[in-house]
Design a protein around this ligand. Sequence first.
Ligand SMILES: NC(=O)C1=CN([C@@H]2O[C@H](COP(=O)(O)OP(=O)(O)OC[C@H]3O[C@@H](n4cnc5c(N)ncnc54)[C@H](O)[C@@H]3O)[C@@H](O)[C@H]2O)[C@@H](O)CC1
Ligand SMILES: Nc1ncnc2c1ncn2[C@@H]1O[C@H](COP(=O)(O)OP(=O)(O)O)[C@@H](O)[C@H]1O
Ligand SMILES: [K+]
Length: 556
Amino acid sequence: MGWTEVLTTAEMRGLETAAMAGGAVTGLDLMERAGAAVAGAIRLRWPKAGRVTVLCGPGNNGGDGYVVARHLAQAGWQVRVLGMDNAPGPDAAVMKRRWAALGGIEPLTAAALGKEAGDLVVDAIFGTGMTRPLDREMALVSRWMGGWTPVRTVTPPPVVAVDAVSGLCLDSGAWLGGVRGEPGGSLPRAALTVTFHAPKAGHLLELGPVLGGELVVADIGLQTTPFRDAEGQIWSERTLAVMVPPRHLRQDRGLHPLGKRAGSHKFDHGHALIVAGTAGQGGAARLSARAALRAGAGLVTLAPPADAMAEHFGPPDALMRRALDDAAALARLLGDDRLRAVCLGPGCGTGRAADLLEPLLASGRPAVLDADALTALARRPAGFEGLHKGCVLTPHMGEFRRLFPDLAARLDPPPRPPARPPSPEQEIAWTIALQTWRQALADMRGPLYSRLDAAREAAARSGAVVLLKGPDTVIAAPDGQARIHSAFDVPWLATAGAGDVLAGIIAGLLARGFPSLVAAATGAFLHAAAARRFGPGLIADDLPEQLPGVFRDLGL
Ligand SMILES: NC(=O)C1=CN([C@@H]2O[C@H](COP(=O)(O)OP(=O)(O)OC[C@H]3O[C@@H](n4cnc5c(N)ncnc54)[C@H](O)[C@@H]3O)[C@@H](O)[C@H]2O)[C@@H](O)CC1
Ligand SMILES: Nc1ncnc2c1ncn2[C@@H]1O[C@H](COP(=O)(O)OP(=O)(O)O)[C@@H](O)[C@H]1O
Ligand SMILES: [K+]
Protein backbone atom coordinates (compact mmCIF):
# COMPACT_ATOMS: atom_id res chain seq x y z
CA MET A 1 0.00 0.00 0.00
CA GLY A 2 1.21 3.47 -0.69
CA TRP A 3 0.40 6.80 -2.23
CA THR A 4 0.18 7.18 -5.97
CA GLU A 5 1.13 10.39 -7.67
CA VAL A 6 -1.79 12.18 -9.29
CA LEU A 7 -1.40 14.91 -11.89
CA THR A 8 -3.48 17.77 -13.21
CA THR A 9 -3.86 17.92 -17.00
CA ALA A 10 -1.47 20.88 -17.13
CA GLU A 11 1.13 18.88 -15.21
CA MET A 12 0.68 15.94 -17.60
CA ARG A 13 1.16 18.20 -20.61
CA GLY A 14 4.23 19.70 -18.93
CA LEU A 15 5.66 16.26 -18.35
CA GLU A 16 5.11 15.21 -21.97
CA THR A 17 6.54 18.44 -23.31
CA ALA A 18 9.63 18.12 -21.09
CA ALA A 19 10.20 14.51 -22.21
CA MET A 20 9.88 15.44 -25.87
CA ALA A 21 12.04 18.56 -25.53
CA GLY A 22 14.72 16.48 -23.80
CA GLY A 23 14.85 14.30 -26.92
CA ALA A 24 14.12 11.12 -24.94
CA VAL A 25 10.94 10.41 -26.91
CA THR A 26 8.86 11.80 -29.73
CA GLY A 27 5.13 12.53 -29.66
CA LEU A 28 4.68 9.63 -32.08
CA ASP A 29 6.49 7.26 -29.68
CA LEU A 30 4.22 8.31 -26.82
CA MET A 31 1.10 7.96 -28.93
CA GLU A 32 2.16 4.54 -30.16
CA ARG A 33 2.81 3.37 -26.59
CA ALA A 34 -0.47 4.86 -25.37
CA GLY A 35 -2.55 3.19 -28.09
CA ALA A 36 -0.69 -0.10 -27.68
CA ALA A 37 -1.34 0.00 -23.91
CA VAL A 38 -5.08 0.49 -24.44
CA ALA A 39 -5.20 -2.35 -26.98
CA GLY A 40 -3.24 -4.51 -24.53
CA ALA A 41 -5.62 -3.75 -21.66
CA ILE A 42 -8.58 -4.61 -23.92
CA ARG A 43 -7.05 -7.91 -24.97
CA LEU A 44 -6.33 -8.76 -21.34
CA ARG A 45 -10.02 -8.35 -20.41
CA TRP A 46 -11.57 -9.56 -23.64
CA PRO A 47 -9.12 -12.25 -24.78
CA LYS A 48 -11.43 -13.49 -27.54
CA ALA A 49 -11.15 -11.20 -30.58
CA GLY A 50 -14.56 -9.77 -31.47
CA ARG A 51 -16.04 -6.76 -33.23
CA VAL A 52 -15.03 -3.34 -31.98
CA THR A 53 -16.07 0.20 -32.95
CA VAL A 54 -13.40 2.84 -32.34
CA LEU A 55 -14.57 6.45 -32.07
CA CYS A 56 -11.77 8.88 -32.90
CA GLY A 57 -11.87 12.60 -32.07
CA PRO A 58 -10.03 15.48 -33.71
CA GLY A 59 -6.90 15.62 -31.52
CA ASN A 60 -4.31 13.36 -29.93
CA ASN A 61 -6.93 11.35 -28.05
CA GLY A 62 -8.26 10.44 -31.50
CA GLY A 63 -4.67 9.69 -32.53
CA ASP A 64 -4.47 7.13 -29.73
CA GLY A 65 -7.73 5.68 -31.06
CA TYR A 66 -6.25 5.05 -34.52
CA VAL A 67 -3.35 3.20 -32.86
CA VAL A 68 -5.81 1.09 -30.84
CA ALA A 69 -7.67 0.27 -34.05
CA ARG A 70 -4.47 -0.85 -35.80
CA HIS A 71 -3.31 -3.03 -32.88
CA LEU A 72 -6.68 -4.70 -32.43
CA ALA A 73 -7.00 -5.35 -36.19
CA GLN A 74 -3.56 -6.93 -36.14
CA ALA A 75 -4.71 -9.10 -33.23
CA GLY A 76 -7.61 -10.42 -35.30
CA TRP A 77 -10.41 -8.09 -34.18
CA GLN A 78 -12.97 -6.91 -36.69
CA VAL A 79 -12.52 -3.14 -36.42
CA ARG A 80 -14.83 -0.34 -37.50
CA VAL A 81 -13.51 3.20 -37.15
CA LEU A 82 -15.65 6.31 -36.96
CA GLY A 83 -13.57 9.49 -37.12
CA MET A 84 -14.05 13.23 -37.05
CA ASP A 85 -13.35 15.54 -39.96
CA ASN A 86 -11.39 18.12 -38.04
CA ALA A 87 -7.76 18.46 -39.02
CA PRO A 88 -5.80 16.43 -36.49
CA GLY A 89 -2.39 17.43 -35.10
CA PRO A 90 0.69 16.10 -36.90
CA ASP A 91 1.11 12.96 -34.75
CA ALA A 92 -2.56 12.07 -34.90
CA ALA A 93 -2.52 12.65 -38.67
CA VAL A 94 0.31 10.12 -39.03
CA MET A 95 -1.61 7.55 -36.96
CA LYS A 96 -4.75 8.23 -38.97
CA ARG A 97 -2.88 7.56 -42.24
CA ARG A 98 -1.38 4.36 -40.81
CA TRP A 99 -4.85 3.15 -39.95
CA ALA A 100 -6.25 4.23 -43.32
CA ALA A 101 -3.79 1.82 -44.96
CA LEU A 102 -5.57 -1.01 -43.13
CA GLY A 103 -9.23 0.02 -43.10
CA GLY A 104 -11.83 2.69 -43.74
CA ILE A 105 -12.95 5.65 -41.65
CA GLU A 106 -16.63 6.60 -41.54
CA PRO A 107 -17.80 9.99 -40.26
CA LEU A 108 -18.46 9.94 -36.52
CA THR A 109 -22.20 10.53 -36.02
CA ALA A 110 -24.80 9.14 -33.67
CA ALA A 111 -26.73 7.76 -36.64
CA ALA A 112 -23.69 5.78 -37.83
CA LEU A 113 -23.29 4.30 -34.35
CA GLY A 114 -26.91 3.28 -34.14
CA LYS A 115 -26.55 0.81 -36.97
CA GLU A 116 -23.91 -1.60 -35.79
CA ALA A 117 -21.58 -1.22 -32.82
CA GLY A 118 -20.21 -4.73 -32.28
CA ASP A 119 -19.06 -6.15 -28.95
CA LEU A 120 -17.07 -3.19 -27.68
CA VAL A 121 -16.83 0.58 -28.18
CA VAL A 122 -13.57 2.47 -27.73
CA ASP A 123 -14.14 6.13 -26.82
CA ALA A 124 -11.13 8.08 -28.16
CA ILE A 125 -12.99 11.31 -28.86
CA PHE A 126 -11.59 13.73 -26.25
CA GLY A 127 -9.09 13.31 -23.43
CA THR A 128 -7.06 15.87 -21.53
CA GLY A 129 -7.88 18.46 -24.22
CA MET A 130 -11.55 18.44 -23.24
CA THR A 131 -12.14 22.10 -22.50
CA ARG A 132 -15.69 22.89 -23.57
CA PRO A 133 -19.03 21.08 -23.58
CA LEU A 134 -19.74 18.54 -26.30
CA ASP A 135 -21.46 19.92 -29.39
CA ARG A 136 -24.89 18.59 -30.33
CA GLU A 137 -23.71 15.67 -32.44
CA MET A 138 -21.07 14.54 -29.95
CA ALA A 139 -23.61 14.88 -27.15
CA LEU A 140 -25.83 12.47 -29.08
CA VAL A 141 -22.90 10.08 -29.54
CA SER A 142 -22.18 10.35 -25.83
CA ARG A 143 -25.80 9.67 -24.91
CA TRP A 144 -25.83 6.67 -27.22
CA MET A 145 -22.89 5.29 -25.24
CA GLY A 146 -24.97 5.97 -22.13
CA GLY A 147 -27.83 3.92 -23.58
CA TRP A 148 -30.10 6.71 -24.80
CA THR A 149 -31.20 7.72 -28.30
CA PRO A 150 -33.96 10.18 -29.34
CA VAL A 151 -36.20 7.27 -30.36
CA ARG A 152 -35.46 4.47 -27.95
CA THR A 153 -33.29 3.21 -25.14
CA VAL A 154 -30.46 1.04 -26.39
CA THR A 155 -28.11 -1.37 -24.69
CA PRO A 156 -24.72 -0.28 -25.93
CA PRO A 157 -21.78 -2.68 -25.74
CA PRO A 158 -19.20 -2.08 -22.98
CA VAL A 159 -17.28 1.16 -23.43
CA VAL A 160 -13.50 1.43 -23.03
CA ALA A 161 -12.44 5.04 -22.48
CA VAL A 162 -9.07 6.27 -23.69
CA ASP A 163 -7.82 8.57 -20.90
CA ALA A 164 -11.40 9.48 -19.92
CA VAL A 165 -15.02 9.20 -20.90
CA SER A 166 -15.27 12.07 -23.42
CA GLY A 167 -17.05 14.96 -21.74
CA LEU A 168 -15.42 14.53 -18.33
CA CYS A 169 -13.19 17.36 -17.15
CA LEU A 170 -10.03 15.53 -16.13
CA ASP A 171 -9.11 18.22 -13.59
CA SER A 172 -12.36 18.41 -11.64
CA GLY A 173 -14.20 15.17 -12.45
CA ALA A 174 -17.23 17.25 -13.41
CA TRP A 175 -19.20 16.78 -16.62
CA LEU A 176 -18.47 19.74 -18.87
CA GLY A 177 -21.74 21.42 -19.67
CA GLY A 178 -23.60 19.37 -17.12
CA VAL A 179 -25.06 20.01 -13.70
CA ARG A 180 -22.27 19.29 -11.24
CA GLY A 181 -22.58 16.27 -9.05
CA GLU A 182 -25.53 14.82 -10.97
CA PRO A 183 -24.57 11.70 -12.87
CA GLY A 184 -27.59 11.98 -15.19
CA GLY A 185 -29.30 8.92 -16.62
CA SER A 186 -27.71 9.01 -20.05
CA LEU A 187 -24.07 9.72 -19.29
CA PRO A 188 -21.80 6.92 -20.47
CA ARG A 189 -20.29 4.65 -17.87
CA ALA A 190 -17.14 3.01 -19.14
CA ALA A 191 -16.32 -0.54 -18.12
CA LEU A 192 -12.65 0.37 -18.28
CA THR A 193 -10.63 3.58 -18.52
CA VAL A 194 -6.99 3.41 -19.54
CA THR A 195 -5.01 6.50 -18.66
CA PHE A 196 -1.33 7.20 -19.10
CA HIS A 197 1.56 7.53 -16.67
CA ALA A 198 -0.50 8.65 -13.64
CA PRO A 199 -4.15 9.12 -12.67
CA LYS A 200 -5.42 12.65 -13.23
CA ALA A 201 -7.31 14.41 -10.45
CA GLY A 202 -10.57 14.10 -12.43
CA HIS A 203 -10.35 10.31 -12.33
CA LEU A 204 -10.77 10.46 -8.55
CA LEU A 205 -13.09 13.42 -7.98
CA GLU A 206 -16.86 13.95 -8.40
CA LEU A 207 -18.13 11.89 -11.36
CA GLY A 208 -14.72 10.59 -12.42
CA PRO A 209 -14.89 7.33 -10.45
CA VAL A 210 -18.61 6.91 -11.21
CA LEU A 211 -18.28 7.20 -15.00
CA GLY A 212 -14.80 5.76 -15.50
CA GLY A 213 -15.25 2.17 -14.31
CA GLU A 214 -12.05 0.30 -13.59
CA LEU A 215 -9.03 2.55 -13.96
CA VAL A 216 -5.83 1.20 -15.47
CA VAL A 217 -2.76 3.42 -15.41
CA ALA A 218 -0.47 2.50 -18.27
CA ASP A 219 3.24 3.13 -18.26
CA ILE A 220 4.27 4.99 -21.44
CA GLY A 221 7.88 5.43 -20.36
CA LEU A 222 7.70 8.95 -18.93
CA GLN A 223 9.92 9.79 -15.98
CA THR A 224 8.33 11.52 -13.02
CA THR A 225 11.46 12.23 -11.06
CA PRO A 226 12.65 15.42 -12.75
CA PHE A 227 9.13 16.84 -12.77
CA ARG A 228 7.98 18.97 -9.87
CA ASP A 229 4.84 21.01 -9.57
CA ALA A 230 5.66 24.52 -8.37
CA GLU A 231 2.88 24.37 -5.77
CA GLY A 232 3.84 20.94 -4.43
CA GLN A 233 2.77 17.49 -5.51
CA ILE A 234 -0.66 15.98 -5.48
CA TRP A 235 -1.00 12.48 -4.17
CA SER A 236 -3.85 10.09 -4.02
CA GLU A 237 -4.54 6.97 -2.03
CA ARG A 238 -5.08 3.94 -4.18
CA THR A 239 -8.55 2.77 -3.21
CA LEU A 240 -9.95 2.02 -6.64
CA ALA A 241 -8.93 -0.90 -8.79
CA VAL A 242 -5.91 1.02 -10.01
CA MET A 243 -3.16 -1.01 -11.60
CA VAL A 244 -0.05 1.01 -11.00
CA PRO A 245 3.39 -0.21 -12.00
CA PRO A 246 5.30 -0.75 -8.74
CA ARG A 247 7.89 1.88 -9.56
CA HIS A 248 5.18 4.52 -9.39
CA LEU A 249 4.26 3.61 -5.84
CA ARG A 250 5.97 5.76 -3.27
CA GLN A 251 5.92 3.42 -0.31
CA ASP A 252 8.15 5.74 1.66
CA ARG A 253 6.50 9.08 0.96
CA GLY A 254 2.88 8.92 1.99
CA LEU A 255 2.23 7.01 5.16
CA HIS A 256 4.01 7.68 8.39
CA PRO A 257 4.89 4.34 9.99
CA LEU A 258 1.65 3.17 11.55
CA GLY A 259 3.16 0.42 13.67
CA LYS A 260 4.41 0.99 17.21
CA ARG A 261 8.10 0.64 17.99
CA ALA A 262 8.96 -2.40 20.13
CA GLY A 263 9.75 -1.45 23.71
CA SER A 264 8.04 1.93 23.49
CA HIS A 265 6.13 3.52 26.39
CA LYS A 266 2.51 4.71 26.32
CA PHE A 267 3.74 8.31 26.65
CA ASP A 268 5.74 7.77 23.44
CA HIS A 269 2.41 7.53 21.64
CA GLY A 270 1.02 10.73 22.98
CA HIS A 271 -1.98 11.86 24.97
CA ALA A 272 -5.09 13.08 23.15
CA LEU A 273 -7.74 15.28 24.73
CA ILE A 274 -11.25 14.90 23.35
CA VAL A 275 -13.56 17.72 24.42
CA ALA A 276 -17.19 16.71 25.05
CA GLY A 277 -20.26 18.93 25.36
CA THR A 278 -23.26 19.49 27.57
CA ALA A 279 -25.40 16.69 29.01
CA GLY A 280 -27.25 14.61 26.43
CA GLN A 281 -24.82 15.41 23.59
CA GLY A 282 -21.96 13.15 24.67
CA GLY A 283 -22.24 10.33 22.12
CA ALA A 284 -20.33 12.15 19.42
CA ALA A 285 -17.30 12.88 21.60
CA ARG A 286 -17.31 9.32 22.95
CA LEU A 287 -17.13 8.03 19.36
CA SER A 288 -14.17 10.33 18.73
CA ALA A 289 -12.46 9.22 21.94
CA ARG A 290 -12.87 5.53 21.18
CA ALA A 291 -11.49 6.13 17.67
CA ALA A 292 -8.47 8.02 19.04
CA LEU A 293 -7.70 5.09 21.34
CA ARG A 294 -8.04 2.55 18.54
CA ALA A 295 -5.87 4.72 16.25
CA GLY A 296 -3.10 4.14 18.75
CA ALA A 297 -2.86 7.23 20.96
CA GLY A 298 -1.06 6.20 24.16
CA LEU A 299 -3.65 7.86 26.41
CA VAL A 300 -6.99 9.49 25.69
CA THR A 301 -8.89 11.80 28.03
CA LEU A 302 -12.51 12.70 27.47
CA ALA A 303 -13.35 16.13 28.85
CA PRO A 304 -17.02 17.05 29.35
CA PRO A 305 -18.29 19.86 31.62
CA ALA A 306 -18.54 18.65 35.24
CA ASP A 307 -22.34 18.49 35.18
CA ALA A 308 -22.33 16.21 32.12
CA MET A 309 -19.76 13.78 33.52
CA ALA A 310 -22.36 11.24 34.71
CA GLU A 311 -23.33 10.16 31.19
CA HIS A 312 -19.74 9.29 30.31
CA PHE A 313 -19.19 6.47 32.77
CA GLY A 314 -19.19 3.06 31.17
CA PRO A 315 -16.90 1.44 28.65
CA PRO A 316 -14.27 1.73 27.39
CA ASP A 317 -12.44 1.63 30.73
CA ALA A 318 -9.21 2.52 28.92
CA LEU A 319 -10.62 6.00 28.51
CA MET A 320 -9.78 8.63 31.13
CA ARG A 321 -12.30 11.32 32.09
CA ARG A 322 -11.71 14.77 33.40
CA ALA A 323 -14.11 17.65 33.93
CA LEU A 324 -13.45 20.71 31.80
CA ASP A 325 -15.72 23.66 32.48
CA ASP A 326 -14.31 26.70 30.78
CA ALA A 327 -11.59 28.37 28.75
CA ALA A 328 -9.41 29.06 31.80
CA ALA A 329 -9.49 25.37 32.73
CA LEU A 330 -8.45 24.38 29.21
CA ALA A 331 -5.58 26.88 29.26
CA ARG A 332 -4.36 25.33 32.53
CA LEU A 333 -4.70 21.80 31.16
CA LEU A 334 -2.74 22.65 28.03
CA GLY A 335 0.12 23.82 30.25
CA ASP A 336 0.95 20.10 30.44
CA ASP A 337 3.20 19.32 27.44
CA ARG A 338 2.28 15.67 27.50
CA LEU A 339 -1.15 16.56 26.09
CA ARG A 340 -0.11 16.42 22.48
CA ALA A 341 -3.35 16.85 20.53
CA VAL A 342 -6.92 18.04 21.02
CA CYS A 343 -10.18 17.24 19.26
CA LEU A 344 -12.73 20.04 19.52
CA GLY A 345 -16.20 20.06 18.02
CA PRO A 346 -18.11 16.76 18.03
CA GLY A 347 -21.20 17.22 20.23
CA CYS A 348 -19.55 20.22 21.86
CA GLY A 349 -22.16 22.95 21.31
CA THR A 350 -21.16 26.08 19.42
CA GLY A 351 -20.99 28.37 22.47
CA ARG A 352 -18.63 26.07 24.34
CA ALA A 353 -16.61 25.45 21.17
CA ALA A 354 -16.24 29.21 20.62
CA ASP A 355 -14.98 29.70 24.22
CA LEU A 356 -12.52 26.81 24.12
CA LEU A 357 -11.20 27.65 20.67
CA GLU A 358 -9.27 30.67 22.00
CA PRO A 359 -6.99 28.94 24.56
CA LEU A 360 -6.64 25.99 22.21
CA LEU A 361 -5.34 28.15 19.35
CA ALA A 362 -3.20 30.21 21.72
CA SER A 363 -1.48 27.00 22.89
CA GLY A 364 -0.34 26.19 19.34
CA ARG A 365 -1.23 22.55 20.04
CA PRO A 366 -2.02 20.19 17.12
CA ALA A 367 -5.80 20.04 16.96
CA VAL A 368 -8.72 18.70 14.98
CA LEU A 369 -11.50 21.27 14.59
CA ASP A 370 -14.71 19.53 13.55
CA ALA A 371 -18.48 20.04 13.65
CA ASP A 372 -19.45 22.75 16.22
CA ALA A 373 -15.87 24.07 16.31
CA LEU A 374 -16.15 24.77 12.57
CA THR A 375 -19.43 26.62 13.06
CA ALA A 376 -17.84 28.61 15.89
CA LEU A 377 -14.86 29.36 13.65
CA ALA A 378 -17.13 30.60 10.86
CA ARG A 379 -18.75 33.05 13.31
CA ARG A 380 -15.51 34.09 15.01
CA PRO A 381 -14.87 37.84 14.82
CA ALA A 382 -11.13 37.21 14.50
CA GLY A 383 -11.71 34.88 11.54
CA PHE A 384 -8.82 32.52 10.93
CA GLU A 385 -6.35 34.47 13.06
CA GLY A 386 -4.29 32.13 15.22
CA LEU A 387 -4.90 29.02 13.13
CA HIS A 388 -1.64 27.25 12.35
CA LYS A 389 -0.41 24.34 10.27
CA GLY A 390 -0.90 21.90 13.15
CA CYS A 391 -4.67 22.49 12.94
CA VAL A 392 -6.80 20.14 10.87
CA LEU A 393 -10.23 21.44 9.81
CA THR A 394 -12.58 18.63 8.79
CA PRO A 395 -15.61 20.25 7.12
CA HIS A 396 -18.24 18.52 5.04
CA MET A 397 -19.52 20.65 2.16
CA GLY A 398 -22.12 22.47 4.32
CA GLU A 399 -19.51 23.46 6.89
CA PHE A 400 -17.04 24.31 4.14
CA ARG A 401 -19.63 26.68 2.67
CA ARG A 402 -19.99 28.47 6.02
CA LEU A 403 -16.24 28.88 6.33
CA PHE A 404 -15.37 29.66 2.71
CA PRO A 405 -18.60 30.79 1.01
CA ASP A 406 -16.85 32.24 -2.05
CA LEU A 407 -14.85 29.05 -2.70
CA ALA A 408 -17.94 26.86 -2.27
CA ALA A 409 -19.86 29.08 -4.68
CA ARG A 410 -17.25 28.44 -7.36
CA LEU A 411 -18.11 24.75 -7.17
CA ASP A 412 -21.82 25.43 -7.63
CA PRO A 413 -23.45 24.81 -10.99
CA PRO A 414 -25.35 27.70 -12.62
CA PRO A 415 -28.69 28.07 -10.76
CA ARG A 416 -31.29 25.83 -12.36
CA PRO A 417 -34.81 27.19 -12.94
CA PRO A 418 -37.75 25.06 -11.76
CA ALA A 419 -39.04 22.35 -14.10
CA ARG A 420 -42.19 24.38 -14.94
CA PRO A 421 -43.16 28.04 -14.67
CA PRO A 422 -44.53 28.61 -11.13
CA SER A 423 -47.62 30.37 -12.58
CA PRO A 424 -48.92 31.27 -16.08
CA GLU A 425 -47.97 34.94 -15.53
CA GLN A 426 -44.36 33.92 -14.91
CA GLU A 427 -44.07 31.95 -18.17
CA ILE A 428 -41.96 34.58 -19.97
CA ALA A 429 -39.59 35.17 -17.05
CA TRP A 430 -39.22 31.42 -16.67
CA THR A 431 -38.42 30.95 -20.39
CA ILE A 432 -35.68 33.58 -20.13
CA ALA A 433 -34.27 31.94 -16.98
CA LEU A 434 -34.24 28.59 -18.74
CA GLN A 435 -32.39 29.98 -21.74
CA THR A 436 -29.89 31.77 -19.49
CA TRP A 437 -29.26 28.54 -17.62
CA ARG A 438 -28.73 26.54 -20.82
CA GLN A 439 -26.37 29.22 -22.13
CA ALA A 440 -24.40 29.18 -18.87
CA LEU A 441 -23.95 25.41 -19.21
CA ALA A 442 -22.90 25.79 -22.85
CA ASP A 443 -20.40 28.50 -21.88
CA MET A 444 -18.59 26.35 -19.30
CA ARG A 445 -14.89 26.23 -20.02
CA GLY A 446 -12.44 23.73 -18.61
CA PRO A 447 -10.45 23.06 -16.63
CA LEU A 448 -13.30 23.57 -14.19
CA TYR A 449 -12.65 24.70 -10.64
CA SER A 450 -12.26 21.50 -8.61
CA ARG A 451 -12.71 20.36 -5.01
CA LEU A 452 -8.93 20.09 -4.97
CA ASP A 453 -8.58 23.75 -6.02
CA ALA A 454 -11.11 24.74 -3.35
CA ALA A 455 -9.40 22.79 -0.56
CA ARG A 456 -6.00 24.19 -1.53
CA GLU A 457 -7.25 27.77 -1.50
CA ALA A 458 -9.02 27.16 1.81
CA ALA A 459 -5.84 25.78 3.37
CA ALA A 460 -3.75 28.69 2.10
CA ARG A 461 -6.30 31.20 3.36
CA SER A 462 -6.82 29.67 6.79
CA GLY A 463 -3.24 28.57 7.41
CA ALA A 464 -4.54 25.13 8.49
CA VAL A 465 -4.79 21.70 6.90
CA VAL A 466 -8.25 21.40 5.35
CA LEU A 467 -9.90 18.01 4.88
CA LEU A 468 -13.02 18.44 2.73
CA LYS A 469 -15.17 15.38 3.37
CA GLY A 470 -17.15 13.40 0.85
CA PRO A 471 -16.88 10.19 -1.15
CA ASP A 472 -13.95 12.04 -2.76
CA THR A 473 -12.22 13.46 0.30
CA VAL A 474 -9.61 16.08 -0.52
CA ILE A 475 -6.93 17.10 1.96
CA ALA A 476 -4.76 20.17 1.45
CA ALA A 477 -2.03 21.89 3.44
CA PRO A 478 -1.26 25.62 3.46
CA ASP A 479 1.93 25.01 1.44
CA GLY A 480 -0.07 23.56 -1.50
CA GLN A 481 0.57 19.88 -0.85
CA ALA A 482 -2.56 17.84 -1.25
CA ARG A 483 -3.96 14.32 -1.12
CA ILE A 484 -7.13 12.85 -2.59
CA HIS A 485 -8.85 9.92 -0.95
CA SER A 486 -11.50 8.44 -3.19
CA ALA A 487 -13.88 6.11 -1.35
CA PHE A 488 -16.79 5.73 -3.75
CA ASP A 489 -16.86 2.02 -3.03
CA VAL A 490 -18.01 2.51 0.60
CA PRO A 491 -21.24 4.55 0.43
CA TRP A 492 -22.34 3.14 3.79
CA LEU A 493 -19.83 5.54 5.36
CA ALA A 494 -22.53 8.17 4.90
CA THR A 495 -23.99 7.44 8.35
CA ALA A 496 -24.53 9.54 11.48
CA GLY A 497 -21.40 9.83 13.59
CA ALA A 498 -18.95 8.68 10.91
CA GLY A 499 -17.44 12.16 10.90
CA ASP A 500 -16.93 12.07 14.69
CA VAL A 501 -14.97 8.86 14.29
CA LEU A 502 -12.81 10.41 11.58
CA ALA A 503 -12.06 13.41 13.81
CA GLY A 504 -11.06 11.03 16.63
CA ILE A 505 -8.78 8.94 14.40
CA ILE A 506 -6.99 12.06 13.21
CA ALA A 507 -6.65 13.35 16.78
CA GLY A 508 -5.18 9.98 17.78
CA LEU A 509 -2.63 10.16 14.97
CA LEU A 510 -1.76 13.78 15.83
CA ALA A 511 -1.15 12.67 19.42
CA ARG A 512 1.20 10.01 18.07
CA GLY A 513 3.22 12.77 16.44
CA PHE A 514 2.07 12.43 12.83
CA PRO A 515 2.46 15.72 10.93
CA SER A 516 -0.97 17.26 10.36
CA LEU A 517 -1.28 16.58 6.61
CA VAL A 518 -0.14 12.98 7.07
CA ALA A 519 -2.45 12.49 10.06
CA ALA A 520 -5.43 13.79 8.08
CA ALA A 521 -4.70 11.75 4.95
CA THR A 522 -3.86 8.60 6.89
CA GLY A 523 -7.00 9.13 8.98
CA ALA A 524 -9.17 9.33 5.85
CA PHE A 525 -7.57 6.14 4.59
CA LEU A 526 -8.03 4.21 7.88
CA HIS A 527 -11.63 5.45 8.19
CA ALA A 528 -12.61 4.17 4.74
CA ALA A 529 -10.62 0.95 5.22
CA ALA A 530 -12.55 0.29 8.45
CA ALA A 531 -15.86 0.82 6.63
CA ARG A 532 -14.78 -1.41 3.76
CA ARG A 533 -13.80 -4.13 6.19
CA PHE A 534 -17.17 -4.05 8.00
CA GLY A 535 -19.31 -3.75 4.87
CA PRO A 536 -23.01 -2.90 4.52
CA GLY A 537 -25.07 -2.27 7.63
CA LEU A 538 -22.27 -0.25 9.18
CA ILE A 539 -23.01 2.21 11.99
CA ALA A 540 -20.43 4.67 13.27
CA ASP A 541 -19.86 2.61 16.46
CA ASP A 542 -18.52 -0.24 14.31
CA LEU A 543 -15.74 1.84 12.76
CA PRO A 544 -13.25 2.05 15.66
CA GLU A 545 -13.74 -1.67 16.29
CA GLN A 546 -12.56 -2.45 12.75
CA LEU A 547 -9.27 -0.60 13.14
CA PRO A 548 -7.37 -3.52 14.75
CA GLY A 549 -8.33 -5.65 11.74
CA VAL A 550 -7.26 -2.92 9.35
CA PHE A 551 -3.87 -2.71 11.08
CA ARG A 552 -3.52 -6.51 10.93
CA ASP A 553 -4.39 -6.45 7.19
CA LEU A 554 -1.61 -3.88 6.74
CA GLY A 555 0.79 -6.33 8.31
CA LEU A 556 1.42 -4.33 11.52
N1 LIG B 1 0.51 14.91 -25.92
C1 LIG B 1 1.08 13.70 -25.94
O1 LIG B 1 2.23 13.57 -26.19
C2 LIG B 1 0.26 12.52 -25.64
C3 LIG B 1 -1.10 12.64 -25.64
N2 LIG B 1 -1.86 11.58 -25.53
C4 LIG B 1 -3.29 11.67 -25.80
O2 LIG B 1 -3.62 12.97 -26.21
C5 LIG B 1 -4.74 13.41 -25.50
C6 LIG B 1 -4.75 14.92 -25.45
O3 LIG B 1 -4.75 15.34 -26.78
P1 LIG B 1 -5.14 16.81 -27.23
O4 LIG B 1 -4.40 17.77 -26.40
O5 LIG B 1 -4.95 16.85 -28.69
O6 LIG B 1 -6.65 16.93 -26.84
P2 LIG B 1 -7.92 16.00 -27.12
O7 LIG B 1 -7.62 14.97 -28.13
O8 LIG B 1 -8.43 15.57 -25.82
O9 LIG B 1 -8.92 17.07 -27.75
C7 LIG B 1 -8.69 17.52 -29.07
C8 LIG B 1 -8.99 18.96 -29.30
O10 LIG B 1 -10.37 19.15 -29.27
C9 LIG B 1 -10.66 20.44 -28.90
N3 LIG B 1 -11.89 20.40 -28.09
C10 LIG B 1 -12.01 20.44 -26.75
N4 LIG B 1 -13.29 20.36 -26.39
C11 LIG B 1 -13.99 20.26 -27.55
C12 LIG B 1 -15.35 20.13 -27.85
N5 LIG B 1 -16.26 20.10 -26.89
N6 LIG B 1 -15.74 20.03 -29.12
C13 LIG B 1 -14.83 20.05 -30.10
N7 LIG B 1 -13.52 20.17 -29.89
C14 LIG B 1 -13.09 20.27 -28.62
C15 LIG B 1 -9.50 20.97 -28.10
O11 LIG B 1 -9.12 22.21 -28.64
C16 LIG B 1 -8.45 19.91 -28.25
O12 LIG B 1 -7.25 20.46 -28.72
C17 LIG B 1 -4.66 12.70 -24.18
O13 LIG B 1 -5.91 12.62 -23.56
C18 LIG B 1 -4.13 11.37 -24.60
O14 LIG B 1 -5.18 10.52 -25.00
C19 LIG B 1 -1.26 10.24 -25.52
O15 LIG B 1 -1.09 9.89 -26.86
C20 LIG B 1 0.04 10.22 -24.81
C21 LIG B 1 0.95 11.25 -25.39
N1 LIG C 1 -21.19 8.49 -0.28
C1 LIG C 1 -20.10 8.39 0.50
N2 LIG C 1 -19.17 7.46 0.23
C2 LIG C 1 -18.08 7.35 1.01
N3 LIG C 1 -17.84 8.12 2.09
C3 LIG C 1 -18.73 9.06 2.40
C4 LIG C 1 -19.90 9.25 1.63
N4 LIG C 1 -20.61 10.27 2.18
C5 LIG C 1 -19.91 10.67 3.27
N5 LIG C 1 -18.77 9.96 3.39
C6 LIG C 1 -17.78 10.08 4.48
O1 LIG C 1 -18.48 9.82 5.70
C7 LIG C 1 -18.10 10.75 6.71
C8 LIG C 1 -19.34 11.55 7.12
O2 LIG C 1 -18.99 12.59 7.94
P1 LIG C 1 -19.99 13.76 8.34
O3 LIG C 1 -20.59 14.33 7.11
O4 LIG C 1 -19.28 14.66 9.25
O5 LIG C 1 -21.13 12.99 9.09
P2 LIG C 1 -21.58 13.04 10.62
O6 LIG C 1 -21.64 14.49 10.98
O7 LIG C 1 -22.92 12.40 10.61
O8 LIG C 1 -20.58 12.31 11.40
C9 LIG C 1 -17.00 11.59 6.10
O9 LIG C 1 -15.76 11.02 6.44
C10 LIG C 1 -17.22 11.48 4.60
O10 LIG C 1 -16.02 11.61 3.89
K1 LIG D 1 -11.76 9.65 -24.50
